[in-house]
Design a protein around this ligand. Structure first.
Ligand code: ATP
Length: 435
């Protein structure tokens, strides 16, 4: 008999089924064993009576927690617990046969049955991440990510985006020399891409008009914060013939599609944002923060604290979890961000903050070669090294705008996780390169 999910077995309510999963809990009595069996969909109590299923009972006697077994038996309604108001109908499996799939070692390096979710334990948990992820609250993180991405993908599909896969290996240190991992590449050096920015723009020069990328991004920044990892997944969009106000709207629609999908499919109690998201200039944001007595360390950017408090102010004023902060000065932005014609000190750029954390940087891009060269020189960049990039714009290129989104940060804030690493399957940070 082929194995079915516990969720499906519960729907079936009676008859004979085979289920399989981890032995999360085990209670042995004389002639009777109870096993809590867990699969991806749910858990079910398995009852083994020595008299009825002697082989399965001997198997239960040998088991350790987290072993994997398969059990065939008959479904029966579980007796309702006493003193429970409105008890939910639940089912258990009366075992006939049991089969050992994998015996776990007796001593687990981290407990799975009991929660140990605190910062103090985080590194220990990540050393044994595959055990840590057996907890259903942790599995929910990746179910949520999947649904969020499906919502985004539906948006991309409905709006005729083209998907691209761009290289991670580069011959130059892309946008800026810092924060880039160097790798040995045959007889020379290569660098790991810290964003697909230049490639996205090549796609605009290719005439692809609307593209998205979901891919790995590498940052060699020695950050020990709760929001930085050294390798993360980036979701990028780039669109031709639109300005930075329009790309903000595109991101609103994509986020709404993603949040809706999470809420509907997982029945999670999350707030789907409404359009339009609040939008304020960096200058206005700084004024709001100053009015609350928050000290500004840099005129042209936010500290973590400022970002957090700005999120609170906007929530209080507009009841919204998101805020676009736009018009960053040139000091804060890369050379390829387009500048305002009437105020060349300001770029047509923005960050999107969700619940007090930056989740996106976006901008209208400069596509005119003379401007690009001038702006790059101003930032003391090596024009020779930038030639491959600047060439994209020499033979006709539509004006374009785009965003770089960090989905792990969205998931972190959506689910109230304390560290971005919780939203990464196998996180990589300054100290962690394993498992
Ligand atoms: P921050 O100022 O928080 O370091 P950033 O300005 O360097 O971020 P961008 O280069 O604009 O970030 O990258 C686009 C998006 O990618 C960010 O808005 C964020 O969501 C995500 N991101 C950036 N750096 C990291 C990182 N080290 N770990 C995880 N996500 C990141």
């Amino acid at each position: 008999m082929s194995r079915i999910l516990i969720k499906e077995a519960k729907k079936q309510e009676n008859g004979e089924v085979t289920i399989a999963g981890f032995v999360r809990n085990l209670r042995l009595h004389k002639g009777l064993a109870f096993i809590d069996l867990v699969d991806i969909s749910d858990s079910m109590q398995v009852v083994i009576m020595e008299k009825e299923a002697s082989e399965a009972f001997s198997l239960a006697e040998k088991l350790h927690l987290e072993s994997v077994i398969e059990v065939t038996g008959s479904l029966q309604e579980k007796p309702a617990k006493k003193n429970v108001e409105n008890p939910v109908k639940d089912f258990e499996l009366l075992a006939k046969n049991g089969k050992l799939i994998s015996l776990a070692d007796e001593n687990l390096p981290i407990p799975v049955l009991n929660k140990i979710d605190n910062e103090a334990n985080i590194e220990n948990r990540f050393d044994w991440r595959w055990l840590d992820l057996r907890q259903k609250e942790h599995q929910l993180i990746f179910k949520t990510w999947t649904k969020l991405e499906q919502g985004f993908r539906r948006y991309w599909e409905d709006n005729d985006f083209i998907q691209l896969y761009t290289p991670s290996l580069m011959n130059t240190a892309s946008e800026s020399g810092s924060e880039v991992f160097e790798v040995k590449y045959f007889e020379r050096k290569a660098y790991l891409s810290q964003s697909p920015q230049f490639f996205k723009q090549a796609a605009m020069a290719s005439g692809l008009e609307k593209i998205f990328i979901c891919g790995p991004v590498f940052r060699a920044e020695p950050s020990y914060t709760t929001r930085h990892v050294t390798e993360f997944t980036g979701w990028d969009m780039e669109i031709s013939y639109i300005d930075y106000n329009q790309i903000m709207e595109v991101e609103e629609d994509a986020l709404i599609a993603g949040f809706k999908k999470v809420k509907e499919d997982l029945n999670l109690d999350i707030e789907v944002p409404t359009k339009p998201f609040p939008k304020i200039t960096l200058k206005e944001a700084k004024e709001k923060l100053a009015a609350k007595g928050v000290k500004s360390e840099k005129d042209f950017d936010f500290s973590t604290e400022e970002e957090r408090i700005l999120g609170e102010i906007i929530k209080e004023e507009n009841g919204h979890d998101f805020v676009f902060v736009y018009d960053y000065p040139i000091e804060a932005r890369p050379f390829y961000h387009m500048r305002h014609e009437d105020n060349p000190e300001l770029t047509k750029s923005f960050d999107l903050i969700y619940r007090g954390l930056e989740i996106t940087t976006g901008a209208e891009r400069e596509h005119r070669v003379d401007y690009l060269e001038r702006q790059a020189k101003e930032k003391e960049m090596d024009i020779e090294e930038l030639q491959d990039y600047i060439n994209f714009f020499r033979y006709g290129c539509p004006g374009h705008s785009g965003v770089g989104i960090g989905p792990a940060r969205i998931i972190m804030k959506m689910l109230g996780l304390s560290n971005i690493k919780e939203a990464c399957f196998l996180p990589r940070d300054v100290k962690r390169l394993r498992p």
